[in-house]
Design a protein around this ligand. Structure first.
Ligand code: ADP
Ligand code: MG
Length: 290
């Protein structure tokens, strides 16, 4: 049977906008030593906007944007939606494209006019991207915390986009509270190293892992569990669900995807990050009483 102190902690949490799905999660939270954070949608708002579009073939600006937006139009990724609305603002037509494929954590590909197009991270569009990365201000853009997306046509880089997502106002304060509790913080993201570093520094993370594919997030949680006795993961996306399930405590952002909400042990209402600190406080008070 459930202890009165546990019941009272659960109802206290509910009043503060924290949903605990059971007493055992409060117990784990009270011993927490490390928290892994997803970046996009968790530390950031998850609503990126295109800040820069650099066509590398002169006179092709409009046509590159049109083909790319037609391909991205078939993807649900937040970056894809940002590129599509940028194209609409620039009065692009949406020509019909074929064989569009979404490569989770990498980018999208498709065919237009018998040519093969790829849009996504450097490794995905091809080796040449690494070179143009250095030659075309891409590194500067990434160091500003922007996500750089490359466009390749038949394996040749023809343009790049930079997109900026805003860090949540309350993220920095939430992280510093956790550090005051002696909890190790680490950010896991599929984004590239420069961008990840800029965001991790902005919010004050102890550490970060970039280029982290969805199944790698799960592996990183396993590794953290080898080093720390109690580990939490906080995220919002379908991609985060396996890691949320693997963590001692999976925490979902309240406006996250259904899969994340169902998999999590604790849900923070209204995407309010500082509630993770409050959740720990509630759990530690409960533990003292027990
Ligand atoms: P995160 O962990 O930051 O939420 P994802 O794992 O979803 O990121 O994606 C990792 C990277 O893959 C993105 O930063 C981007 O470079 C690339 N990517 C994924 N989907 C797309 C897409 N639809 N269009 C362009 N690039 C994409
Ligand atoms: Mg996310």
């Amino acid at each position: 049977s459930i202890m009165p102190a546990t019941l009272s902690a659960i109802s206290k949490g509910a009043r503060q906008g924290i949903l605990f799905k059971g007493g055992v999660h409060l117990e784990h939270l009270s011993h927490l030593k490390a928290i892994a954070f997803d970046k996009t949608g968790t530390l950031t708002r998850g609503e990126p906007e295109v800040t820069d579009f650099l066509p590398l073939e002169s006179g092709m600006k409009h046509s590159i944007l049109s083909v790319v937006s037609s391909i991205e139009n078939e993807s649900n990724h937040p970056l894809a939606q940002a590129i599509v609305s940028y194209a609409k603002k620039n009065d692009c037509s949406f020509p019909s494209v074929e064989n569009v494929k979404d490569h989770s954590g990498m980018g999208v590909s498709g065919q237009y006019d018998n040519e093969e197009w790829k849009v996504g991270k450097a490794d995905f569009v091809g080796k040449e991207a690494a070179t143009s990365y250095k030659d075309n201000h891409a590194e500067v853009l990434a160091s500003e915390g922007k996500t750089v997306i490359f466009v390749a046509k038949n394996e040749r880089i023809v343009g790049l986009f930079a997109l900026k997502d805003t860090v949540r106002n309350e993220a920095k304060a939430a992280i510093s509270t956790l550090r005051a509790y002696g909890i190790y913080t680490i950010m896991l993201t599929g984004d590239n190293d420069r961008t990840a570093k800029a965001i991790a520094e902005e919010v004050g993370m102890d550490n970060y892992i970039a280029e982290c594919m969805p199944d790698q997030k799960l592996q990183e949680i396993k590794t953290l569990k080898d080093h720390f006795s109690h580990v939490a993961m906080i995220g919002d996306g379908i991609n985060d669900a396996p890691a949320l399930a693997e963590a001692d405590v999976g925490v979902a952002m309240g406006e996250g995807t259904d899969v994340a909400l169902e998999t999590a042990d604790v849900v923070l209402m209204k995407n309010d990050l500082p509630k993770i600190g409050e959740a720990i406080q509630v759990s530690q008070k409960m533990n003292k009483i027990i």
